[in-house]
Ligand binder design. Structure first.
Ligand code: IMP
Length: 192
């Protein structure tokens, strides 16, 4: 089984990525290396820069990931600032901002960046369309999972789904599937 280093401090992201990548014969290893996160409005730039910095520092091929919740009625807020907004106003703060908004549409986006030492990052994107719920529901997952209802299933939030159910519908599942397909093609010996 191939092994790939994932530069992140978020164990939920590692769990979700592991579930997807195991289907492509890839084992995910979390690293102690502190992810470098530049200020940018582009998930592509943030993920790409983090992967490139880590690949060069560790002299190893790595993946990094950046993601965020983009709410239509709030002109895409919190978007690339999702991590900070989650730490400050949290799910309840978003629900308050959304309480008078009839348009509940939102989407999660994820960009996975793969980078080898001395090379340019290669990017893989995934999106999950859905709506912001009226209240927090569920205890699984992390971040804004309790207030996001993905389209195409039922009225449950991500936090009311198992990791497998979320993986099937999520932005991260889509981005890592796209990376897994590419990796399998590029490294044919890595397969299960
Ligand atoms: P970052 O990618 O580490 O900068 O963090 C993005 C932030 O967006 C996280 O801290 C979460 O608050 C939120 N987020 C990203 N993906 C998800 C997800 O799958 N579920 C819930 N919240 C998420």
């Amino acid at each position: 089984m191939a092994e790939i280093i994932f530069v992140t401090g978020n164990r939920h992201k590692v769990e979700e990525a592991s579930l997807t990548l195991s289907k492509y014969g890839i084992r995910v290893k979390m690293t102690e290396f502190k992810k470098v996160e530049i200020q940018s409005e582009s998930l592509e730039e943030i993920a790409g820069n983090a992967a490139q910095t880590a690949a060069n520092a560790l002299s190893a091929s790595v993946i990094s990931e950046d993601s965020g919740l983009f709410i239509s009625a709030l002109a895409g807020f919190p978007g690339p600032y999702s991590s900070y907004v989650f730490m400050t106003i949290g799910c309840m703060g978003i629900l308050r901002l959304m309480s008078s908004q009839p348009d509940k549409r939102a989407q999660f986006r994820c960009v996975v960046a793969y980078c080898a030492p001395g090379a340019k990052p290669i990017l893989f994107a995934g999106t999950s369309l859905g709506t912001v719920s009226n209240s927090m529901r569920g205890h699984w997952g992390f971040g804004f999972d309790p207030i996001f209802v993905p389209s195409g299933k039922d009225a449950r939030t991500f936090a009311e789904m198992t990791t497998s159910e979320k993986e099937f519908l999520s932005h991260r599942g889509a981005a890592f599937r796209s990376f897994g397909q590419w990796y399998e093609k590029t490294n044919p010996s890595s397969g299960v």
